[in-house]
Design a protein. Structure first.
Ligand code: MN
Length: 265
């Protein structure tokens, strides 16, 4: 495998789009929790083991999205066969869409991760936080930075620790964990990877792309737009984020053709 930079730099990799400009909306498609390789659900996908990924990318293609962000648990676990990783990497590469992946608790960026063992990090249009980029990816043509703390092992951690200073006009964060308005981490047994309302506010980002919940929905306070996308097969949708020239951020859901919504949002 090629040695990759772990620096937070602007570089050619994934630094592409549909012809930039601050004079039009920047369109971002957000999904998470695809759990590819989960044998229990492949049957529900008609035996098609990459269906959720292709559905998300097809929606992004239809929308002429500038960027796709996948907020963790793209894979069910880190032991998946190389053949499957090769197939998945090819689907991502062939999409031609810039994609930023944040490893989650099911697919953390361990030394034997799905993101390191196979070719997942090889397509030019794919960036993986914690693997190809330590903490942030910059898309200078959009004046946009995407940052997030990857899961790097199976232990608990604070997904929104140490928010990153804004360096660009637009800033998006990604986090994979469980929202609890006021987490008290000293108070005994808690779900792991807690994300609190104040931590969300402190990011001061234009959009926070969350993963870990299978249902879609907004969390946090009235300031930062913080959304779970939900999993494709439960939410039946992706989140579509539009960064508008006037500074407004619009978020809506777009239905996926092959996944009827089950979460009644
Ligand atoms: Mn998860």
């Amino acid at each position: 495998m090629p040695v990759r930079s772990r620096q937070d730099t602007t570089q050619g990799k994934v630094n592409r789009g549909h012809g930039a400009g601050a004079d039009r909306d920047i369109v971002i498609v957000h999904s998470s929790d695809l759990h590819l390789g989960d044998v229990a659900t492949i049957a529900a996908w008609g035996g098609d083991d990459t269906l959720p990924l292709r559905q998300v990318l097809a929606a992004a293609g239809d929308l002429k999205a500038d960027l796709v962000v996948l907020a963790g648990d793209i894979f069910e676990h880190n032991r998946l066969a190389l053949e499957f990783l090769e197939r998945t990497a090819r689907i991502l590469g062939d999409s031609g869409l810039p994609v930023v992946i944040l490893p989650g608790n099911h697919d953390p960026a361990t030394p034997d991760s799905v993101y390191r063992r196979g070719p997942m990090a090889e397509p030019e249009n794919v960036a993986i936080l914690g693997v190809t980029h330590a903490r942030a990816v910059t898309f200078s043509q959009f004046g946009l930075e995407v940052w997030g703390h990857a899961h790097r092992d199976y232990d608990d951690m604070v997904p929104l620790r140490t928010p990153r200073r804004r360096r660009t006009r637009w800033q998006i964060a990604m986090a994979h964990g469980h929202y609890l308005p006021q987490p008290d981490r000293a108070a005994g047994p808690n779900p792991a990877w807690l994300i609190g309302r104040e931590e969300i506010a402190r990011t001061a980002v234009d959009y926070l792309a969350l993963g870990h919940w299978n249902r879609a929905g907004r969390v946090g306070g009235p300031g930062v737009p913080a959304y779970y996308s939900g999993s494709p097969d439960l939410s039946g949708s992706v989140n579509v984020v539009r960064l508008k020239p006037g500074g407004e951020v619009a978020v809506r859901r777009r239905r996926l053709e092959h996944f009827p919504a089950k979460d009644r949002v």
